[in-house]
Design a binder for this molecule. Structure first.
Ligand SMILES: Cc1cc2nc3c(=O)[nH]c(=O)nc-3n(C[C@H](O)[C@H](O)[C@H](O)COP(=O)(O)OP(=O)(O)OC[C@H]3O[C@@H](n4cnc5c(N)ncnc54)[C@H](O)[C@@H]3O)c2cc1C
Ligand code: FES
Length: 352
């Protein structure tokens, strides 16, 4: 039996029990104590806190996200840190106004469908054994069978569909979960284990400005959840979606979004963009270039950006050059194992 330690989260003074083999963030999120986090695999630095008392094992936190001098100063990344004694941490526990947070739960799912929806892109539909409550844009952590590791995937379904989740997964050549399992052997009827919801990239109902959504590849998944949520709940919001792919064969759900645009011409506009070819019905260029050419200024908007880290960085530069402030930009970087191993992760100056 693994030992259990008591974790105290200041300034709340709330206490949770945490097993010695359990990340402290996991114990807190399951107990309903909301703490900022984004990647949940030690790469982005969003969950960095100060340890006020006690000992932790820093686990496999990236040496770039948690530098040696920070470890010496008593900092840790909660998504990787395991307790080695009773521990007190100083958490950034403030929850934004108008946002409900949902505790993390475990689920057993049955794969209902596996669809090749674009080049190197699969859509999974998974039926859960019980309802999942979440904010549109959040993600789940999927256990890769027989490996002891999990990978994170954003839910593309809105919260109203709480029993069947939709995931969009891009194949990473040589990738353990995608290439080695999801694109190889995963089939309808298979049982999968997952937990969620995680993350703070979700629709902010209190932000009433028109929204600019920018998605690269499967970065479309959380944004689809947001758009469906807004349009299907009848919320009075305007959204423009820029979705980028290399060629038309890399794009998916194009007809779906065109139909949404037709159904909601006053609230939703759709700009599919191709970087490597020209095709009728698509804008040509990187999403950021198309946006820059179309919009003189982004002032007065709020932005949601999701996809591969270089695309997210490029989008942030474009949005800020167009007069949007960091506080108006929400981001999700699809960091993978190579990002964790490399020094290409920027410090989290912007909301994640
Ligand atoms: C919050 C979040 C949400 C996400 N949502 C989605 C989503 O909705 N859809 C989606 O497609 N993806 C998403 N991702 C990415 C996803 O979680 C996986 O990272 C991705 O699928 C790759 O996993 P893999 O196991 O296939 O590859 P991995 O095994 O993780 O390998 C990834 C790459 O890193 C290389 N690599 C592995 N280990 C090392 C090492 N030690 N040093 C250097 N290189 C190494 C591999 O060769 C490969 O090229 C999300 C990521 C995050 C953080
Ligand atoms: S959430 Fe812990 S480092 Fe990203």
């Amino acid at each position: 039996m693994p030992a259990t330690y008591r974790v105290t989260v200041e300034p709340l003074g709330q206490q949770v029990d945490c097993r010695e083999d359990q990340p402290i963030l996991d114990a807190c999120l399951r107990a309903g104590i909301w703490l900022p986090h984004a990647c949940t695999h030690g790469t982005c630095g969003t969950c960095k806190v100060e340890i006020l008392d006690g000992e932790v094992d820093h686990g496999d936190a990236s040496t770039f996200a948690l530098m040696d001098f920070e470890r010496d100063e008593g900092k840790t990344l909660l998504c990787c840190a395991r307790p080695r004694s009773d521990v007190t941490i100083e958490g950034d526990v403030e929850v934004e106004e108008g946002v409900t947070t949902y505790p993390v739960r475990d689920f057993v799912g049955t794969v209902a469908a596996v669809e090749d929806c674009a080049t190197d892109t699969r859509r999974l539909l998974i039926d859960l054994d019980h309802d999942i409550a979440f904010n549109p844009g959040q993600y789940v952590s999927l256990e890769v069978p027989g490996t002891g590791v999990s990978r994170t995937y954003s839910m593309a379904n809105p919260p109203a569909e709480s029993r069947r989740i939709e995931l969009h997964i891009r194949r990473t050549p040589g990738g353990l979960a995608s290439d080695g399992w999801i694109f190889k052997t995963l089939a309808p009827g298979d049982t999968v284990r997952l937990s969620g919801p995680y993350g703070r990239f979700f629709w902010r109902p209190a932000r009433t400005e028109p929204a600019i959504c920018i998605a690269g590849g499967t970065g479309l998944a959380p944004i689809k959840a947001m758009i469906r949520h807004v349009l299907e709940t009848g919320a009075d919001r305007e959204i423009i979606l820029y979705h980028g792919g290399r060629t038309a064969a890399h794009m998916y759900d194009v007809d779906y979004f065109r139909a949404l645009e037709e159904a909601h011409p006053d609230r939703f506009r759709y700009r599919p963009c191709l970087s490597d070819e020209q095709a009728a019905g698509y804008q040509t260029g990187l999403v950021t270039d198309v946006l820059a050419a179309e919009m003189d200024t982004c002032r007065g908007h709020v932005a949601y950006v999701c996809g591969p880290p270089p695309m997210v960085e490029a989008a942030l530069r474009t949005l800020m050059a167009k007069r949007l402030f960091p506080r108006d930009i929400y981001r999700e970087d699809f960091y993978d194992a190579s990002d964790k191993a490399a020094a290409n992760v920027r410090s989290p100056l912007l909301k994640r």
